[in-house]
Design a protein around this ligand. Structure first.
Ligand code: PEP
Length: 250
């Protein structure tokens, strides 16, 4: 593991399985995960059909289950959608909102992301709002402008009574997701500072985009990085456990 940098305090580690896996894979990977210490802040976001299975398997491991999406509507005639209250009802604790794959492939606008945040908040789910710029936006010098725009849509909801741990931002540059090319230390530090300046320091900001067991410790050691959102590497129990342990400073 390339952990050259020491992680100072417990970090948030979230896995995102995307549309991968099967009941058998969920059972194999989650059973292979160790039991983490009680102060851990670890979540695995599974596909909808496996959420209840995940809740059961992780019951005593100090690792909670999250969803990757939710409906912008409360309930009713929305065939195929899954509501925030349904997620909470089955023991799901967290939900990703506005992942770039949802924004890109399902045309989720900033307004839809904001509506989903409202639903998740009312159901008392921890909300992880994902933001990130495309490569074209970065190369055109528009990265910060895009992030500001995405955050503006949800800022109104960060009222003074918003619980610090009930809301996180995940900064995930679109070009770094699944590409094997994580953002550089300087790019991460600059954008996390920018985001903290906008949302305030009490809300955690995670980094996502090609995080592995090799680079996780370094990334979590960067200023203003409160944790990581891990896609591909979260499908492998030993890699994900290694990243979680880096987050615990082990
Ligand atoms: C993600 O799915 O949010 C992600 C960051 O994926 P990966 O770690 O595979 O780049």
């Amino acid at each position: 593991m390339g952990s050259e940098r020491q992680v100072a305090s417990t970090k948030i580690v979230m896995g995102n399985w995307k549309m991968n896996g099967s009941a058998a894979k969920v059972a194999t990977v989650l059973t292979a995960l160790p039991s983490f210490p009680p102060n851990s802040d670890i979540t695995i976001c599974l596909p909808f059909p496996y959420l209840a299975q995940g809740v059961q398997l992780l019951d005593d491991k100090h690792c909670v289950v999250g969803a990757q999406n939710l409906s912008e509507f409360a309930d009713g005639a929305y065939t195929g959608d899954v509501s925030a209250s349904m997620l909470a009802d089955i023991g799901c604790k967290t939900v990703l909102i506005g992942h770039s794959e949802r924004r890109t492939f399902f045309a989720e606008s900033d307004e839809v992301v904001a509506a989903k945040l409202t639903r998740a908040k009312h159901a008392r789910l921890r909300c992880v709002v994902c933001v990130g710029e495309t490569l074209i936006e970065r190369d055109s010098g528009l990265a910060q402008q895009r992030i500001q725009q995405q955050l503006n849509a949800v800022l109104k909801q960060l009222d003074s009574d918003a619980q610090a741990l009930a809301f996180c931002v995940a900064y995930e540059p679109v070009w770094a997701i699944g590409s094997g090319r994580a953002a550089t230390e300087a790019q991460i530090a600059e954008m996390h500072q920018f985001i903290k300046n906008i949302i305030g320091t009490k809300f955690p900001v995670l980094y996502g985009g090609s995080v592995t067991d090799d680079n996780a410790a370094n990334i979590m050691g960067i200023a203003n990085v409160d944790g990581v959102l891990v896609g591909g590497a979260s499908l492998d129990a030993s890699k994900f456990a290694a990243i979680c342990n880096e987050g615990l400073g082990k």
